[in-house]
Write a protein that binds this ligand. Sequence first.
Ligand code: NAD
Length: 367
Amino acid sequence: MTNPSLLILPGDGIGPEVMAEVRKIIDWFGAKRGIVFDVSEDLVGGAAYDLHGTPLHDDTMAKAQAADAVLLGAVGGPKYDVLDFSVKPERGLLRLRKEMDLFSNLRPAQCFDALADFSSLKKDVVAGLDIMIVRELTSGVYFGEPRGIFKEGNERVGINTQRYTESEIARVARSAFELAMRRDKKLCSMEKANVMESGILWREVVTEVGKDYPEVELSHMYADAGAMQLTRWPKQFDVIVTDNLFGDLLSDLAAMLTGSLGMLPSASLGAPMANGRPKALYEPVHGSAPDIAGQGKANPIACILSFAMALRYSFDQGEEAARLEAAIEKVLADGARTADLMGPDGGTPVSTSGMGDAILAALDASI
Ligand code: NAD
């Protein structure tokens, strides 16, 4: 049997630094748990532009399409700000998402107990929080036509169109129900069915798809009420599914309940491939952080947690993903802190590689 393949795209800025720590973790799983990947590495973003004059070479795109999963660091940086829009580093990432047709964006909001003080909310509201927002990523108001700025009489009018087909709603709903089945079997769908026809259709289609998942407790909430409930008592939720625009806002809101940008992973999933695995891109939520790049200050945990998501959602290694998450929890509880996590409780300052090494030691202790 061949090993599953993993394409690694470190990218720019702190991308290569945090990815170096993920490589150590991947090697650990190979050596100590017999979970071996065929790992290949390539360029994306500014790094690809520097070599090829494009932020994503066609060969790299083809490798991404063929890989069982893609793990990306971050792209962008001030050096590339002057480039034409068509070759900006972010275009490489957008091309990956678009051509792989990654319609389901998973953004967990998980609060590690040791970091509960970092939240802007009271500790008891966020401690132990573990929810997942599923955002539709490839349709809705960011893509709908007509769009543009037009002249109407003697003033301009800006137009964007919220548009969803039944099949677009059904496929992201299905992915959210599947996720709910692996978790607490509780799904809340959020839209604005009170004022938007696309919201009415969203609610109808999600309800229809739900008939295939009788074990999942489905509820519906208007997205504005959802935002209030997320800040009031977020632990009432397990999985939330919502459209592109509301998901953009709600996932940022939920993520920030838990503290630092350096802690937030994400997954973007598409349709199943011939081997049954979904097309998948895993990446931290943060960018290339040029202000701290090259200084050993970056927190690698968001990228390492993205690999944990890959273990769980692409490679059916949920127990090993939990092992990795528990190792991170332990390291944080023991007080290891990269610069972004240094708070009022003090803690032991560690570098990017120091954090990676501490997680490896905790993994060693777990077996
Ligand atoms: P950013 O996420 O790179 O940084 C925002 C702040 O958070 C900075 O102060 C940074 O030092 C800090 N930070 C981010 N990640 C961190 C980590 N892992 N550890 C510790 N601190 C961390 O956002 P930005 O500054 O707005 O953008 C910088 C560049 O990244 C831009 O070129 C932007 O276009 C790009 N960007 C890329 C992505 C992506 O690749 N997915 C996402 C957002 C921004």
